[in-house]
Write a protein that binds this ligand. Structure first.
Ligand SMILES: Nc1ncnc2c1ncn2[C@@H]1O[C@H](COP(=O)(O)OP(=O)(O)O)[C@@H](O)[C@H]1O
Ligand SMILES: [Mg+2]
Length: 433
């Protein structure tokens, strides 16, 4: 059973076309053949009429009718004579008969003149069927030429009609997992409209569901911030009190726990907001300036750990985006570099333009990301198989969702030069002039 609709249509139509071609050919051939035979009979009759009035002395092919049709007129005389063939002919009645002459099958017309002498107009059966066959075959030419043409046209039409469907399928395949924009009908046949409408309805419901989920995360993160702030205040109040060294140790642990939780909530909120943001205002953002601002904030931590953090290239590169989102991209990447680079390491930052893209690049001297972790590294909460240090695993997801939103890209590569390791993170965003 053929699974493809195209294949089925084509096979079905081919069978119909070939069958009707064959039937048409058979009938056309038969009719034309019989017609040609009758034509030849009437030629014999005409020659007979002509020979009645002017006797032909010798048996010879009659020219002028059709040189190739080999019609001969045979004088049979008034009484039976000559070879047995001729005597047999003489004894036949006037009219058209099938007979034999010199061992060959013939069609023969017998006529008796007023004076009683008889003659025969004869033509070999072989030549007759050859001529009739030729004539009949020629009538098949148009049908024979039509069938391949029809097949070709059918194949073309079927191929063309299915193209919009294939285009839509390709479009869906090429989409990112969270791309739920409706499909554009663009030339799709009307039979496909119900299908398209259903798919678009499904995509719409999916978008609603995704939005709902994001809103829930955003709301939850937001709601949790208020009690967390109250808790932080209480901790700070505790901090002011004179407590035993043991209690102070606990208090410090509590404080860093609070800080981590606040960071996690901020990241969650940032991620949920990123995905929700669709009509958010965007403006001209100078990436180099934003990067400098972010780096200034992180410099104390880097310096404290003797990490050499600085720009090796800083050119003007302007993008059209939400400035908070851009700062978040840079912050998350530089934060990672600072966090995962061992003390005394080095972090180089670059901002520049490359063709139509603004490029931001961070290179550190940390351990890099194990190749096995690379595949899932952009997933929320994924921190690799052997997580180190504290973190939420949301940073790179936030970066990814932001650059995707602005039709940019992020690339992570491990630096594998001799005697050093590290990660090179490169963000590319469309530049504006
Ligand atoms: N510069 C880096 N060097 C080494 N590993 C990194 C670097 N940046 C990110 N990673 C790895 O990717 C994981 C995910 O990063 P991220 O999404 O920022 O989450 P987090 O930093 O909160 O763990 C990290 O846990 C870490 O294992
Ligand atoms: Mg991080």
């Amino acid at each position: 059973m053929i699974r493809s609709l195209q294949g089925r249509l084509f096979v079905g139509l081919t069978v119909v076309i070939v069958l009707s071609g064959a039937i048409g050919c058979t009938f056309a051939y038969m009719w034309a053949y019989n017609e040609a035979i009758e034509m030849q009979d009437s030629v014999l009759t005409q020659i007979g009429t002509f020979a009645t009035n002017s006797p032909v002395r010798e048996s010879k092919p009659v020219n002028g009718v059709d040189a190739e049709s080999e019609v001969i007129v045979l004088e049979l005389g008034n009484v039976p004579r000559g070879p047995s063939d001729e005597r047999r002919l003489w004894s036949m009645q006037d009219g058209l008969h099938n007979g034999t002459l010199k061992g060959r099958a013939i069609r023969v017309l017998i006529r008796t003149r007023p004076d009683g002498s008889k003659f025969a107009v004869a033509q070999g059966d072989e030549i007759r069927s050859e001529i009739a066959g030729d004539t009949a075959l020629r009538t098949l030419l148009p049908i024979g030429a039509l069938v391949p043409c029809l097949l070709l046209v059918t194949a073309l039409v079927i191929g063309r009609s299915f193209r919009p469907m294939l285009r839509l399928a390709r479009e869906l395949d090429a989409r990112q997992a969270d791309d739920v924009r409706p499909l554009a009908p663009g030339g799709a046949p009307s039979e496909m409209q119900p299908f398209l409408t259903s798919i678009n309805g499904l995509l719409h419901r999916m978008r609603l569901m995704m939005d709902q989920q994001r809103r829930f995360v955003a709301d939850a993160a937001h709601e949790l911030r208020t009690p967390l702030t109250a808790l932080s205040l209480q901790t700070e109040n505790l901090d002011l009190l004179d407590v035993t060294p043991e209690a102070r140790e606990r208090l410090d642990a509590l404080k860093s726990g609070m800080r981590r939780t606040r960071h996690l909530l901020d990241q969650l909120l940032a991620l949920a907001r990123q995905d929700l943001a669709s009509s958010e205002e965007s403006m001209r953002v100078e990436l180099d300036r934003t990067a400098k601002g972010v780096v200034a904030d992180l410099l104390p931590e880097a310096t404290a750990r003797e990490v050499d953090l600085g720009f090796t290239r800083s050119e003007t590169a302007v993008v059209q985006a939400d400035p908070v989102a851009m700062a978040s991209v840079i912050q998350n990447l530089v934060e990672n570099a600072v966090k995962y680079t061992p003390d005394g390491g080095r972090i180089d930052l670059e901002v520049f333009r490359e063709e139509a893209m603004a490029v931001f690049r961070v290179e550190d001297t940390g351990p890099g990301i194990p190749p096995l972790d690379m595949e899932r590294i952009f997933e929320p909460f994924y921190r690799g198989r052997k997580p180190s240090g504290e973190g939420s695993g949301l940073g790179l997801s936030i970066v990814k969702s932001i650059v995707d939103r602005y039709r940019g890209s992020i690339e992570l590569e491990n630096i594998t030069a001799v005697g050093r390791s590290g990660l090179r993170a490169t963000v590319r965003l469309p530049v504006v002039d």
